[in-house]
Design a protein around this ligand. Sequence first.
Ligand SMILES: [Zn+2]
Ligand SMILES: [Zn+2]
Length: 197
Amino acid sequence: MLIFTIEQSPATYFADFSVYGVGIAALAAVIGLYAPQDLQTTLMLWVLGGLAFWTLIEYGVHRFVLHRIPPFAAMHELHHRNPRAYIGTPTIVTMLLFTVMVFLPALWAAGVWVACALTLGVLLGYMAYSVMHHAAHHWRSSGAWLKRRKQVHGLHHQFGPPGFYGVTTSFWDHVFRTTRATQAPRSGRTAQLFKLK
Ligand SMILES: [Zn+2]
Ligand SMILES: [Zn+2]
């Protein structure tokens, strides 16, 4: 799931992780060092709010933009057809979207520190998504929880639009009832996965 997908060189693909890693650390440091002390607890809650908000963005964009709206649907289809290719949204595009759709509205509505904290939460969610989505397609073994997330994302790739849109969490899939495939499982292995639900 990506805002729009373009095949990238490995260097560009992995640079996204570094840029956001540094950006997250810098934003956290700025908040920790310069935000008023009496606001720190409130800002921590805004970070958690941003993290939760990300899970809804992830679900909504994947379900409604990437599987329904051209040309994004065609671009996302490239990932479905070749899940292990280094396909990703250019960093500059995601940065622009986070600035215009998260930071600036929050800055206007609630001031600079809330905007920084909310953006930090959303970026942490995006980073978690990026790592988990990469892991789902490239890492062989992992802990039980990640293994389970990989299985769920595997169901999305197998069945596509019917469901399983969440990568970091299935919470919104449960809320909006998109945890069931409308087609019969193609293999015994997939049937087994359904039993896990
Ligand atoms: Zn998809
Ligand atoms: Zn995928």
